[in-house]
Design a binder for this molecule. Structure first.
Ligand SMILES: Nc1ncnc2c1ncn2[C@@H]1O[C@H](COP(=O)(O)OP(=O)(O)OP(=O)(O)O)[C@@H](O)[C@H]1O
Ligand SMILES: [Mg+2]
Length: 265
């Protein structure tokens, strides 16, 4: 990718098997998250209709995973929430305000880390600069477990470490929503499992609203509070997972839900 392009990038159902356990006390302040409201949105690229009637309401602090077949509009949805695409009709609002372009409190994380190779790790994290950028960038690096790699070049990091740097860059200004487009898709299974743990911890500490696009239904059911299936331009399934995180590996409800999701995509 060209330097200029890279720089531009910077800018319910059956009865419940388990009752939800009390969540751990939130560490983040209650204003750390924003709600996202999409009502009767339509979107087409030329003749190709991506969304015909899309409505989705995400509560502040909620973690929603979105799954669906390739080409069903997952990335388009994320870009619409981020203000990078506009809906043709309908309403899109964040925190009650209509979406009109990028916001500082809504950040994106992609499958590729998109680091600038000519900047050291700390500069990549603090790319937006501003007052105290170095202190804030270092704190974000510590949060993702890379406090000792600030002065390295991106090229010497592993794929998983690079994605941690990208996460730190997204976190540096304490976003109120983190929009993730298959962020772990390029990672091996062990690194992916580590990133899952990291994301769950970070999300609890920061308190942001999380939207995770993934093609991996198991990943969605491991991480999220709620799973949404997109199909034929609309929401085909919308389920709260309602299983405590620590029971996700063993819950019979998870297997049942996985079956239902796979039947809907
Ligand atoms: N800028 C664009 N111009 C024209 N068509 C587009 C554009 N962006 C997306 N599309 C089309 O919109 C549809 C949805 O694309 P999108 O990238 O949102 O799918 P996706 O669900 O993210 O797919 P994948 O799982 O493969 O990433 C596709 O048919 C795609 O070709
Ligand atoms: Mg996509």
């Amino acid at each position: 990718m060209k330097r200029s392009a890279l720089q531009a990038e910077q800018k319910q159902l059956e009865p419940l098997v388990e009752q939800p356990a009390p969540s751990p006390a939130p560490l983040a302040p209650s204003d750390a998250a924003v709600g996202i409201r999409i009502a009767q949105a339509t979107k087409a690229f030329g003749e190709r209709v991506v969304f015909s009637d899309l409505s989705l309401a995400i509560e502040p602090g909620e973690f929603v995973a979105v799954v669906g077949r390739s080409g069903c509009g997952k990335t388009t949805l994320l870009r619409m929430i981020a203000g990078l695409e506009t809906a043709d009709a309908g309403t899109m609002a964040i925190d009650g305000t209509p979406v009109a372009g990028l916001r500082n409190d809504v950040r994106l994380l992609f499958q590729e880390p998109r680091l600038l190779p000519w900047h050291r790790v700390i500069s990549n994290v603090g790319i937006a600069r501003g007052p105290d950028w170095r202190t804030l960038a270092q704190a974000a690096l510590v949060d993702v477990g890379l406090g000792d790699r600030a002065n390295d070049w991106p090229s010497v990091l592993s794929g998983g470490q690079r994605q941690r740097v990208a996460l730190a860059r997204a976190l540096v200004r304490h976003p109120k929503a983190l929009l993730m487009d298959e962020p772990f898709g390029a990672l091996d299974a062990l690194t992916r499992a580590e990133m899952h743990k990291l994301l769950l911890r970070i999300r609890r500490e920061y308190g942001f609203t999380a939207v995770l696009i993934t093609h991996d239904v198991r990943e969605a059911l491991t991480l999220a509070d709620r799973i949404v299936v997109l199909r034929d331009g609309a929401v085909a399934l919308d389920e709260h997972i309602n299983v405590p995180l620590e029971l996700r590996g063993t819950s019979p409800r998870l297997g049942h839900l996985e079956h239902r999701v796979l039947a809907e995509v």
